[in-house]
Design a protein around this ligand. Structure first.
Ligand code: ADP
Length: 540
């Protein structure tokens, strides 16, 4: 039994024969084990309930409660059934042996007891118990860490991660106070604290920081009260680096090896979550800076652009009819460039507004044919220039949308102008709409289909990200910012809807978007327009 430290094991002898009890006690204690004794079954059960017992040597024929009854009782109690029992019996017949094994006994020894056989069985039973306990602790720890991970995975907030970690650390080790923090620029930053004095944390963490190169859990000597434990929060695979943080716990009794083992695993899991939370905070800060920069740039560009547009208009009016063909073409190019820049600035403005939650939606009932007519009027010349055909099919009884009219025009304009840009000359575009019912709510589903260049499969999941444009010839040759669909998606979602698409390269694309329909009681407040007139209106 080379792995067992005998002094860590307690053996219970339950036998009514005093001289056998004494004899076994002396013999077992000589080998370094702890021994406790009981005169009958009832006494044995009481000891099992109140003390840690690693093995019981049980006589069968005893007063008050016999060995069979003890085994039966132990079998019904999940906690007690974990203690191995070696039955010592004067009854040598096979039926008794079978009965003991059926009742959960680990092994049987017949009296008078053979010493060599006795020690072989005791050692084997203790070794088996040690391995079973180890496995149970490991399984319990794994289940706990799975729960911790589930909780940690739900958040990217540093304080919440630290609080979850601290709560589990305290709960599992029975600590009464604790804190988590880190050492920054010669001072401590607390992330979570549960009753620990800041001075205690600072002192312990500072002292621990000095020995950080050891990167191990440190506990105060067992005669120092309250007992304290310091553990580095770091990933197993990053032991060479400075820990992300330090956890300090305070307990009324000494921390066990099991506590230390659990804490090192917990700190490893917490380190991953803390790492993620810190990265998330950095990304958010970078995103904030980007939004602030974009807002500043678009604001600063607005005034010079307005001046340029005004002077261009003035120049055209003043020189009406006096410009050569070449000069007119230069002016047109300048006007187109100013328009492109104005579009870009207004898109950047929208993104800033949406990302900073500064967008105000004026929600109300919106008639789709009305929106379609406005967009078509704006794009009519462009469709005509490429001889594209655009058909519209809207059911006469389509319910109105519950949306922001101005933003609905913007959404449809973005999608239709994309269709116009990415469909070759003489191509076909169609707009259809229908009412749908999803998850107990009424929506209007709008589809814009084209037979254009399509979107390569490899690019399809990036299509709604900011500044993304595919690298097809039909795209790079056309002016664009890669912002339109990103804004469109955010606007659709802000209004409680969703957007998606299907596309096949060289065959075409269909963009769908779903928006809530207006509550039916509001329909009668709408102006009466000729819904039929909108159908087919966009035939160029
Ligand atoms: P932009 O059109 O200004 O480039 P968008 O955000 O509106 O930006 O669109 C992003 C990209 O998605 C486009 O550059 C293009 O590659 C692709 N795309 C959008 N609509 C279509 C379409 N109807 N057919 C083919 N590709 C499209």
């Amino acid at each position: 039994m080379n792995q067992l430290d005998a002094s860590q094991f307690t053996i219970l002898i339950a036998d009514d024969n005093r001289s056998l009890r004494d004899l076994l006690t002396v013999s077992i204690e000589t080998r370094g084990f702890q021994v406790i004794t009981a005169e009958n079954g009832l006494e044995a059960l009481n000891l099992l309930r109140t003390q840690i017992v690693h093995l019981m040597l049980l006589d069968i024929m005893m007063p008050v409660m016999n060995g069979y009854e003890v085994l039966q009782y132990m079998q019904s109690d999940p906690e007690l059934s974990r203690t191995p029992v070696i039955v010592m019996s004067a009854l040598t017949d096979m039926d008794n042996l079978v009965r003991c094994v059926e009742l959960g006994a680990e092994d049987c020894l017949f009296k008078p007891i053979n010493t060599s056989l006795f020690w072989a069985r005791v050692n084997a039973a203790l070794e088996k118990k040690r391995l079973q306990d180890q496995e149970r602790i490991f399984t319990e720890e794994l289940a706990t860490l799975q729960q911790v991970d589930r909780a940690l995975n739900k958040t990217l907030d540093l304080e919440t991660v630290a609080n979850i970690t601290l709560n589990w650390a305290m709960q599992q080790t029975g600590s009464i106070r604790g804190a988590i923090g880190r050492w920054v620029d010669s001072r401590f930053e607390l992330w979570a604290n549960s009753g620990l004095e800041t001075a205690v944390f600072t002192q312990e963490a500072a002292c621990f920081a000095e020995t950080l190169h050891q990167k191990q859990i440190k506990t105060t000597p067992s005669d120092n009260k309250p007992h304290r434990l310091c553990a580095p929060i770091q990933r197993d695979d990053q032991t060479a680096e400075t820990p992300l943080g330090i956890i300090v716990l305070e307990c009324e009794w000494p921390f066990s090896q099991k506590d230390a083992h659990f804490l090192s695993r917990l700190c490893n899991h917490a380190a991953i979550a803390i790492n993620n939370a810190q990265l998330h905070a950095q990304i958010q800060a970078a995103n904030r800076s980007k939004t602030e920069f974009v807002a500043m740039v678009s604001h600063e560009l607005k005034s010079p652009l307005t001046v340029m547009r005004s002077y261009l208009e003035l120049f055209t009016i003043v020189n009406d009819g006096n410009l050569t063909e070449k000069q007119s073409s230069f002016i047109n190019t300048m006007e187109e460039s100013v328009t492109r820049m104005t579009t870009l600035i207004s898109e950047l403005d929208d993104i800033t507004r949406i990302e900073t939650n500064n967008i105000k939606l004026d929600l109300g009932p919106v008639l789709l044919p009305d929106v379609v007519s406005m967009v078509f009027n704006a794009l009519r010349n462009q469709f005509a220039a490429k001889q594209q055909t655009c058909t519209v099919t809207i059911p006469v009884d389509l319910p109105p949308l519950w949306a922001d009219h101005k933003r609905m025009v913007q959404i449809l304009h973005n999608i239709l102008s994309n269709a116009h840009k990415y469909v070759p000359a003489q191509g076909k575009i169609s707009v259809t709409a229908m009412p749908v019912f999803e998850d107990g709510q009424s929506f209007v589903k709008i589809a814009v289909q084209d037979n254009g260049i399509g979107i390569p499969e490899k690019d399809q999941r990036k299509i709604f990200t900011q500044f993304f444009r595919t690298d097809q010839d039909g795209v790079t040759a056309v002016a664009g910012t890669g912002l339109g669909l990103n804004i469109t998606k955010m606007l659709v979602e802000l209004q409680g809807g969703k957007i998606w698409f299907t596309s096949e390269l060289h065959k075409g694309s269909t963009f769908y978007f779903l928006l809530p329909s207006a509550p039916s009681t509001l329909n009668h407040q709408l102006p009466i327009i000729d819904k039929q007139a909108a159908n087919g209106a966009m035939l160029a």
